[in-house]
Write a protein that binds this ligand. Structure first.
Ligand SMILES: Cc1cc2nc3c(=O)[nH]c(=O)nc-3n(C[C@H](O)[C@H](O)[C@H](O)COP(=O)(O)O)c2cc1C
Length: 195
């Protein structure tokens, strides 16, 4: 086993913080951003005759259980999507493909550019067309945790295709193809673009 310290030029340079004030909360966000994720758009449909599609960008998506098939998204209680999910009891997850950064911006409200979104209807839910995967979910339970709600959904139908994901790391989107990580190598993210 190689117990030698990392090379001199790569000495770890950690920033340490104790949680105590709003400044450390900002720093905690930075620490949490070191966890790379994919990007999803959560959609939900409300209304009677006039159907209203609402969606938001989220990267808090995670799988919870295979049997039963449960997933969850953590959504701010201030997000319109949160209220709409409570109303409809259902939501869809579209896992974005690498050529969809504009879709990410559109659904996070970080652009003024109006984007025409192509939706595909499946199982009564509107999904983002061209996404890598679509998961149709019925709310299984919702847990309020301080300023967010964990909406656990039971997957009723799903669809997927092959392709390259849009990635989110350190507050930026990556449209690069992830390189395979070979034994003894570290994957270095490159070409990140501001969201
Ligand atoms: C990459 C990315 C990931 C995000 N993930 C989440 C998330 O997991 N949960 C959340 O509440 N907001 C998340 N947001 C912020 C929401 O997309 C944003 O607040 C949105 O405007 C909420 O829309 P709504 O109020 O119309 O529902 C994320 C934003 C970005 C850019």
């Amino acid at each position: 086993m190689d117990t030698s310290r990392p090379g001199k030029s790569r000495r770890p340079d950690y920033r340490a913080r104790q949680m105590k004030d709003s400044e450390s909360t900002t720093d905690l966000r930075t620490a949490l951003s070191r966890f790379a994720s994919g990007v999803t758009v959560i959609t939900t449909v409300t209304g009677g005759r006039e159907l209203d599609i609402h969606g938001m960008t989220a990267n808090s998506f995670t799988s919870v259980s295979l049997n039963p098939p449960l997933v969850l998204v953590s959504i701010s209680i201030n997000a319109i999507t949160h209220k709409r999910i409570l109303e409809s009891g259902r939501y869809g997850i579209s896992v974005l493909e690498r050529r969809q950064p504009e879709i990410c911006h559109h659904f996070s409200g970080s652009t003024r550019k109006s984007e025409k979104i192509d939706f595909v209807w499946r199982d009564g839910i509107a999904f983002v067309s061209g996404a890598l995967a679509h998961l149709a979910c019925t709310v299984w339970d919702s847990f309020r945790v301080e300023d967010h709600t964990l909406h656990v959904g039971e997957v009723t139908h799903f669809w997927y295709q092959n392709g390259t994901p849009l990635l989110f790391f350190s507050g930026t989107l990556s449209t690069d193809t992830p390189k395979p990580v070979l034994p003894g190598m570290h994957a270095t993210p490159t070409s990140f673009v501001e969201p």
